[in-house]
Write a protein that binds this ligand. Sequence first.
Ligand SMILES: NC(=O)c1ccc[n+]([C@@H]2O[C@H](COP(=O)([O-])OP(=O)(O)OC[C@H]3O[C@@H](n4cnc5c(N)ncnc54)[C@H](O)[C@@H]3O)[C@@H](O)[C@H]2O)c1
Ligand SMILES: O=P(O)(O)OC[C@H](O)CO
Length: 332
Amino acid sequence: MTRVAVLGSGSWGTAFSIVLADAGASVSLWARRPELSSAIAAAGENSAYLPGVPVPPSVVPTADVAEALDGAEVVVLAVPAQTLRSNLEQFAPVLPSSAVLLSLAKGIELHSCKRMSEVVAETTGAPPERIAVLTGPNLAREIASRQPSASVVACADEEVAERLQDVVRTPWFRPYTNSDVVGCELAGAIKNVIALAVGMAAGMGLGDNAKASLVTRGLAETARLGSRLGANPLTFAGLAGLGDLVATCYSPLSRNRSIGERLGQGAALAEAVASLSQTAEGVKSAESVLELASLHEVDMPIAEQVVRVVRDGASPREAVEALMTRSAKPEL
Ligand SMILES: NC(=O)c1ccc[n+]([C@@H]2O[C@H](COP(=O)([O-])OP(=O)(O)OC[C@H]3O[C@@H](n4cnc5c(N)ncnc54)[C@H](O)[C@@H]3O)[C@@H](O)[C@H]2O)c1
Ligand SMILES: O=P(O)(O)OC[C@H](O)CO
């Protein structure tokens, strides 16, 4: 039985601990706040993030990170992208030296513009064969309800990816392997930015043509940056790319899409973010994505307009106008 520590007891950390338990792993689930781990232990559910979803008794909640990590062969990182670095710096003294570190976060670090696997490598010194990423169309609430879903486990070392595939596979959660860590991480982070744009379009009452145009051109700009950074272009047509983009842009369960929708209806950013009280990575990653694109001289007009709205206070209507009046271009 594989011993797995899940660090982060939000929606995805909790839902993923259910996947792991169903797959037969022994799971400890760490929460930063002791009151949250006590509440999960007492109620047998995480009512703050996934009310009504039983957490199996084989998942052991704890607020003691050393206890969570004791003997862990796989460490799942389910904290927000912008706190991962400080979390890992805090965990470092008790991280098992041979454990595989599996990142679930879909974001790009602000200012450094680093992907999560780069943050993991920098803070822990782990080599690429000990760092992996799980991504794909995986809305936590659906996964926690054991609705069928496919996913991707990416690692530079294919044998490690295959081992993780076995550790997380259930009859309702189907992971594929991929060795393109760069492409998988970029796809996961950028789809949140595009979902903000699609949400804005929905909130403004724009039609399906507008939304489909944003999804398609959003994928084009994601692939353009990915190719420049050495990703496999085919990754963007797969689960990490198109799959997650569609799930996030069209699901009312997506936090990024929901925030975009509120912005499109005229809410201020602070109001839209406060109404959610959960992580919506695209709000901060939009800026990092745009900075990364600009460092590599890649044109990302949708990300640029999302930044104009969430950082600079432009209205969604001004953003649409700016996109529609750009100079004419070939599609490919
Ligand atoms: N929820 C989903 O459907 C889903 C699916 C796939 C990937 N993800 C990704 O997983 C990551 C985690 O998201 P989530 O959905 O679980 O978010 P969430 O908002 O539901 O939970 C985040 C958790 O992190 C904790 N947290 C906040 N600040 C922290 C800090 N400084 N140190 C440690 N913990 C802190 C919160 O208390 C909470 O328990 C994100 O990158 C997200 O994009 C989410
Ligand atoms: O709720 P969101 O917008 O963070 O999206 C959740 C997942 O990433 C969907 O795969």
